[in-house]
Design a protein around this ligand. Structure first.
Ligand SMILES: [Ca+2]
Ligand SMILES: [Ca+2]
Ligand SMILES: [Ca+2]
Ligand SMILES: [Ca+2]
Length: 464
């Protein structure tokens, strides 16, 4: 287990190291061409590129292996001398390969290099998919989204996204957004991905983007290529009795679970009457989306609700939310009874392990209950109507440490960053959880690879 973790941790350091410190420097692209006018080499010498594309003269005498571009240097077309090679005239020149023959163009480069003092040759697939003059053209080829066809409506869930790319792209990365989903994959070698475990909303357009990478960490990558698909409206067909016509009803509910062939359709319970709240308070029922909390969690404690008006915190309270079965939404079980005058407020919600989200323009009336859970909340709910657009992503181990409780504000409060990674490292796999707030980001009682995955997915996000 420890080994397993160390591997992933090392990958993370590599991944984030690349994010933080930028891309490594690559040699300029220099395919073979003739030297500039005025550049001459003496007798027994020939012109060649060095590793930085400069023209140099190298001696053709001698048997030592000399590779003028310094090794496996694919963007530079160079020559190799000596090393026991049997190239024509004693000069081996990098060339291109098209799957059938070696020449001036192709999709792979045939690269010469010295192994010790022996000439060696390998064929390398150019990430750009293009080789010219014995050197890989720069960049990484862009993938082409295939299915679902751009703009089409899918017929089954979960959808499988597929794309094509060139042979030199070793990995691909996906992003999917829309209908409460805001997700990015780790780089993967596959050219398809089935979105198992996601909740899709009927009648919604989803955007997916894919890019090609030349390496495991996507240090060198193509631009993102965008495609979209739609989920069908939730259609129910009623089989007629012989005397009545076929009736097809189209229902477009507020966020609900997209029906899958394998399970029952889960609708939100709307018929259950909610407690009405106190008559001398402004009462509020709301729902929020917590996509990273373990499915096993049905009751979620440690949810802080702040109610602001014009930037001033008027109410600061804690509550417990309960899961809407079969979804990643959590709701208040009973109305929050807020001692506020009638007016318009901003409601901020943060679970101990998530970023904080802000929902503006919530109109509360003293003595009434505002129900923002029901399928079609009224406009008084303001930002809480579209809570699915502001998921409370997990990965913040700074709890409520915003400086308001007499302590010094944590730099990492309300943001998912390296300090939270450090919390995973210090608590990883421990048999008893460290004191709250710890790095159990999915609230399943353990700090393990799933929490690390959540951190990786949400790294860099910050709340309001
Ligand atoms: Ca070389
Ligand atoms: Ca080369
Ligand atoms: Ca943090
Ligand atoms: Ca956990």
């Amino acid at each position: 287990m420890k080994k397993h973790f160390l591997f992933f941790f090392a990958s993370f350091i590599l991944f984030f190291g690349v994010l933080f410190f930028g891309n490594p420097v690559h040699a300029a692209y220099c395919p073979y061409e003739t030297p500039p006018s005025g550049f001459y080499c003496g007798a027994g010498q020939i012109p060649a590129h060095d590793a930085n594309c400069n023209w140099i003269c190298v001696s053709t005498s001698g048997t030592a292996c000399i590779d003028t571009d310094g090794g496996k240097n694919y963007p530079v077309s160079a020559i190799l001398l000596g090393g026991g090679s049997s190239c024509s005239g004693g000069i081996c020149r990098d060339s291109c390969y098209n799957g059938q023959s070696f020449g001036a163009v192709g999709w792979a480069v045939s690269e010469w290099y010295c192994q010790g003092d022996t000439a060696q040759r390998l064929t390398y697939n150019c990430p750009s998919g293009s080789c010219s003059g014995g050197a890989c053209a720069p960049g990484v080829c862009s993938p082409v989204p295939v299915l679902p066809a751009n703009g089409s409506t899918i017929t089954t869930t979960p959808p499988t996204l597929t794309w094509t790319s060139c042979v030199g792209a070793t990995h691909h990365q996906l992003k999917v957004t829309g209908g409460g989903i805001d997700w990015q994959s780790f780089p993967m070698t596959a050219k398809s991905y089935t979105m198992t475990g996601f909740t899709f909303t009927p009648g919604t357009t989803y955007t997916w983007k894919v890019r090609s990478c030349a390496d495991l960490t996507c240090t060198t990558a193509s631009p993102w290529v965008t495609s979209t698909f739609n989920t069908p409206a939730h259609t129910v067909t009623i089989v007629p009795s012989p005397t009545s016509p076929v009736v097809t009803a189209t229902i477009v509910p507020s966020p609900t679970r997209f029906p899958s062939p394998s399970g029952p359709i889960t609708q939100f319970p709307t018929a259950t009457p909610y407690p009405t709240g106190a008559i001398d308070r402004a009462n509020l029922l709301f729902k929020v989306l917590l996509p990273d909390v373990s499915n096993a969690v049905t009751v979620l404690p440690n949810v802080r609700v702040q109610v602001w008006q014009q930037g001033n915190a008027l109410i600061d309270t804690k509550t417990i939310l309960q899961r809407k079965p079969g979804t990643s939404f959590f709701t208040t079980a009973t109305p929050l009874e807020l001692d506020l005058q009638t007016g318009q407020y901003t409601v901020l919600v943060k679970q101990l392990k998530t970023i904080r989200r802000s929902f503006a323009s919530v109109s509360l009336v003293r003595g009434q209950t505002l129900d923002c859970i029901k399928d079609t909340p009224d406009t008084s709910c303001g930002g809480l109507i579209s809570a699915h657009l502001a998921p409370l992503y997990s990965g913040d181990s700074d709890g409520y440490n915003d400086g308001s409780n007499g302590t010094i504000r944590s730099d990492s409060f309300n943001r998912i960053d390296a300090a939270d990674l450090q919390k995973i490292v210090s608590g990883y796999g421990s048999s008893s959880l460290p004191a709250e707030p710890n790095a159990d980001f999915n609230v399943d009682g353990k700090i393990d690879i799933f929490d690390l995955g959540i951190l990786g997915k949400n790294f860099g996000k910050q709340g309001e």
